[in-house]
Design a protein around this ligand. Sequence first.
Ligand code: ZN
Length: 131
Amino acid sequence: MSKVSGSCHCGAVRFEVEEPEQVLDCNCSHCRLYGALVAYYPQREVRFEGAPDTFIYQWGDRDLEFHHCRTCGCATHTTLAGTNDAEKIAVNARLIRGLDPQRTRLVQKNNGNDGVFWTKTDQPVLPSHDA
Ligand SMILES: [Zn+2]
């Protein structure tokens, strides 16, 4: 494992993480519309360069805070609402430079309940958390 870095389109939000072993293609309404691939980390293992200048979007039960760059709008990461040291936050792995699809496993998660994905993988599809 080695450190990899990611940034939004304009570069205002930058972070460093360990190279993910797998990324999640979640087809929930938010991930599907933004084309995000999710990599989970303990919050303290995501090193942001400065405080990320994001706005937060919430919907539904409002348990999650979907962070977007305030300048370019990229979906950058997702945190549990009101938690500064969560065991699990998600970064958008699409923002990570140089990620190699040959080394990083892709896992699909059917949170859209329609079974449709625009990625290919030989891994089994994870069921919805709503199922
Ligand atoms: Zn940006």
